[in-house]
Every structure is written in C-alpha cells, then in structure tokens.
Ligand binder design. Structure first.
Ligand SMILES: NC(=O)C1=CN([C@@H]2O[C@H](COP(=O)(O)OP(=O)(O)OC[C@H]3O[C@@H](n4cnc5c(N)ncnc54)[C@H](OP(=O)(O)O)[C@@H]3O)[C@@H](O)[C@H]2O)[C@@H](O)CC1
Ligand SMILES: Nc1ncnc2c1ncn2[C@@H]1O[C@H](COP(=O)(O)OP(=O)(O)O)[C@@H](O)[C@H]1O
Ligand SMILES: [K+]
Length: 449
C-alpha cells in the first residue's frame, strides 16, 4: 500500500490493463480483496467492521476481504445492496459463510468498508442505496472505500451521491476520480494497492521533481536568467520575481517591477523590455501577474510572445488565441475563470478540457485550482494531489508563475518545468501551514529545494 503515485488510468484503460496482465481476474480479485482486508486491519485497528457489498466486482472484493478479516479474528459483518451479478462476485459471496444483511436496515459499525461500486458505476446512486450509505458512513468512526468511494464518476470525478471516505484504497492504479474534484475530496487519503497489473498511461500523478543542486561549474547564467515584467499591480510581479529568485534562478530582472523587492533582483524600466528580450542569456520570461490590460500591456505581451525566449503567461496576459504553436517553450497558468475565458466551457472532465486546450494552443497548460491539471500538446498530462487549501488566497498564483519561470530557466522542458513548479508551490504551502499568505511561500521555497 503506497501513497497515490504513478499512472492514472480511466475505467476502460484499467479494464484493458487487467486483461493484458494475463493474470486471471479471480487472482486479481483475490489480491484486491486481500489488500482491502489488510487496509481494514491496519486502519481499523481491530474494531468491528461492516462491509457494504454491491452487485459487481467491487462487491466481490468486499466479500473476499470479509472472509479474510473474519479468519484474522475481526468482528465483521456484511450488508449487500442485492445479489451479485458477476460470476466472480457470485463465487466470492458463496465463499463467505456468514450472514449477508440487507443494506437498507444494516446496523452501523465503527469501521465501514464501502465496496458497493467501483469503476463500474455508470449513473447517480438511487436513493435506496445512497440513504443507507450516508447513514452508515455518518455513524462510522472510519470509512474505507474499496477502489473508489461508491458514487463518484471514475473518469470525470463527478459526484453521483457518494459518501466521504477517510481512506480510499485504489486497486492497481489511480483513476482520475482520485485526483479530480469534487471526487478527490470524497476520497480522503488515497493509497494504491499494487496487485500485479502493469499500468502504462500518458497521464500520471505529480511526483517529486529531481532538482539538482548547483555544481562547481555553475554561475548565475547557467542557473538561469529570468525576466519578470511588471504592470499596474506592482505587488503581483514582485511576488513572481522573488519566487523565481527563491526557487533557484541565478539572475532575475524585474522590468517595470516596483515596490518591495530583494536587492538581488535587478530593476529595469519598461522601455528596456525589447533590448532585454534580445539578450541571448535570457532563459525565461514571466509576464501577466499584475500586468493590467492596457494597450501598452498588450504590446509587451506581444513582444514577449514574438521573442525566442521560453515564456510563462499568467493573469492579464492570458487571452483567447494568445499563443498558437509558439516555437519556444511556453507555459500558460490559467485559473478556472481565465481558462474558460480562453478556451470556453468545453466538454468532458477538467483533464479532458486541459488536454484539448494544450493541443489547441500548442503550449503546456497549468489549469490551477484545488485539482490542478497540467497538460502538454500530444496528450501528456499530470494530475496533482490536493495541495493546501490555504493556497486559496490572493497572490499565490503569481508565486507559481515565478517558480515556473525559474524551472524553465534551469532548462527543464515545459511539462517538467510545470510539474516541478506545482510540486514546489504545493510543498511550500504545506510548510507554510495554516493562515499563510502568498509572501510566506517565498520564505519556504528555499527549504523545498
Ligand atoms: N483494477 C483491477 O485490476 C481490479 C479491480 N477489481 C474491482 O472490480 C471493480 C469493477 O467491477 P465492476 O466492473 O463489476 O463494477 P462495479 O463498480 O462493481 O459495479 C458494477 C455494477 O454496478 C451496477 N451499477 C452501476 N452504477 C450503478 C448505480 N448508480 N446504481 C446501481 N447500480 C449501479 C452495474 O449495473 P448496470 O450498470 O449493469 O445496471 C453493475 O452491476 C473495481 O472497481 C475493483 O473494485 C478487482 O476485483 C479485480 C482487479
Ligand atoms: N482550494 C484550493 N486548494 C488548493 N490549491 C488552491 C486552492 N485554491 C487555489 N489554489 C491554488 O492557489 C493558486 C491561486 O492562483 P490564482 O487564482 O491565479 O491567484 P492569484 O491570481 O491571486 O495569484 C493556484 O496555484 C491554485 O492552484
Ligand atoms: K467502493
């Protein structure tokens, strides 16, 4: 059982991977059931457990876990929503020699195991299932979900009436619902149980980046020169510029960035932008935080886009069709409002929409929020485990843009730069703790390196 990591598979991809594994479904269910029993043993600490079993293989996992837990001496009972419908679940139920209660009138227990539905959920939970599920979950001390909390859309993270779990044990791989809201916040802590199925996908969970320390041959230019362009709200660009410096850039130039800045950041005027962009040592430009939307601001964005420099576009620089297959590395960092303004409402999940947008504009996109999605042209995407919700405060996005600039400047390819930036931002927020403000991220960033 490991923290959420690795590939992210849709329900259909998971099904294909199970088949491709060459391992019998019976064996896979035995492994899943065993992993579930171990989780209940570990997190339930031997307290009495009630296992809710649904009609499919998710229910099958529940019957197998119950049999093992009973053999290990746990006081375990089962309540089912009906008779199993799959061959494997029928066999798993037949191997359980205890009683099977009715979900509707099941008695609550300190440990509730939710094995009603997993990747096979196709629609809203009916009231006759949702009502007892919520009643029993509210009465339990701990809720452990098998694979997914029953009632979340596996691929889009929609809530179809799920009860919140404390622990979700995902089998074989994470699914989008473990990372996309609102489902992600219904999962509690997500753990992966590897059951021998090899999973390959171009969507993965954000991982800790490899950030090399400066070496003996490094100097300020090899570590990366970043330009941050300021505008009407000086604080925003100051946050970006300081974040770039604090996340390892060797040289940061603030163009038109006024206000409180570390002395290490070099200040230049707006009319020096064009000259500075011609400097071949420039490794990244960050433009948008606090820029404003004047004609002058638009001209500066156009200059930055036309330059050959790697670029982070944020805030006011984000507009529909602002970049189209720009040849140099480009990262866009929209929040939900900016994303919709740029790409429309679109169809599908946040993951689908971000991937479509990345293909459309030919740039890496960090679609921010409580379930940040990073996507690049060609389909590569990264889903980010929930970061501290204290990030929901003004200026934290400006900090992220600055970090992304520093990551491009250290030579990372755009997708890797975006991932490293989101990881550092999230880690800095974790260290900053409760009540943090954007400025606090700046002090924590060096610790995250
Ligand atoms: N990953 C792995 O390698 C392994 C995965 N395994 C496990 O298999 C699980 C997937 O199993 P699964 O495909 O049988 O689907 P599952 O979620 O049990 O439910 C399907 C049933 O629910 C029904 N139904 C659907 N929605 C409903 C609703 N709203 N309200 C009411 N009913 C609804 C649906 O009926 P239908 O839509 O056909 O009417 C069907 O009867 C997976 O999550 C994991 O736990 C392991 O066992 C082996 C290795
Ligand atoms: N509830 C939340 N949980 C986790 N992260 C969040 C949450 N709300 C916002 N964030 C993060 O905080 C940052 C906010 O960025 P943004 O909305 O651009 O703010 P600003 O423009 O004020 O800097 C983003 O990185 C976003 O992912
Ligand atoms: K479940």
């Amino acid at each position: 059982m490991i923290p959420v990591s690795g590939c992210v598979l849709t329900a259909a991809q998971m099904h294909d991977a199970e088949i491709a594994s060459g391992i019998s479904l019976q064996k896979l269910m035995d492994r899943a059931g065993c992993a579930l029993a171990e989780a209940v043993w570990r997190f339930g600490s031997g307290r009495p457990a009630l296992i809710l079993c649904g009609p499919g293989n998710n229910g099958g996992d529940g019957y197998i876990a119950a049999r093992l837990l009973a053999a290990w001496g746990v006081d375990v009972s089962i309540a089912a929503s009906g008779f199993p419908k799959t061959e494997l679940a029928v066999a798993a139920r037949a191997a359980w020699d205890g009683l099977v209660g009715n979900l509707a009138n099941a008695q609550s227990s300190p440990v509730l195991v939710d094995a009603l539905f997993g990747t096979g959920l196709t629609r809203e939970l009916p009231a006759e299932i949702a009502k007892p599920l919520h009643r029993l979950a509210n009465a339990a001390e701990i809720v452990i979900a098998a694979d997914l909390p029953s009632g979340v859309g596996t691929d889009d993270g929609r809530d179809y009436g799920a009860a919140r779990a404390d622990i979700t044990l995902a089998f074989a791989a994470a699914k989008p619902a473990h990372l996309l809201q609102p489902a992600a916040s219904l999962c509690g802590k997500v753990r992966i149980a590897h059951i021998g199925v090899e999973c390959v996908a171009n969507v993965s969970v954000l991982a800790r980046p490899h950030l090399a320390q400066p070496g003996p041959t490094d100097h300020k230019y090899t570590r990366g020169m970043v330009i941050v362009v300021g505008g009407t709200m000086p604080g925003a660009a100051a946050l970006s510029a300081t974040a770039a410096a604090r996340s390892g850039a060797g040289y940061v130039v603030g163009i038109g960035v006024t206000g409180d800045l570390p002395h290490a950041i070099v200040r230049r005027d707006h009319d020096e932008l064009a000259n500075t962009l011609d400097d071949p040592r420039v490794r990244a430009v960050v433009i948008g935080p606090g820029l404003g939307r004047s004609d002058r601001a638009r001209e500066m964005v156009d200059l930055a886009i036309a330059s050959p420099c790697p670029l982070v576009l944020d805030g006011d620089a984000l507009a529909p069709n602002v970049v189209n297959d720009r040849p140099a590395p480009t990262i866009l960092t929209p929040h939900a409002g900016e994303f919709t303004r740029m790409f429309g409402d679109g169809d599908g999940s946040k993951l689908d929409r971000t991937r479509a947008a990345a293909d459309h504009c030919g740039a890496t996109i960090i679609f921010k929020g409580a379930d940040t999605v990073i996507a690049s042209p060609g389909g590569r995407a990264t889903l980010c485990p929930p970061a501290s919700a204290w990030l929901s405060t003004a200026g934290t996005g400006d900090v992220l843009a600055g970090i992304a600039g520093a990551m491009l400047a250290r030579g990372f390819a755009p997708h890797d730069a975006a991932c490293a930036a989101v990881w550092l931002h999230s880690e800095a927020a974790r260290l900053a703790g409760s009540g943090m403000i954007a400025d606090d991220l700046l002090t924590q960033l060096p610790r995250c390196l």
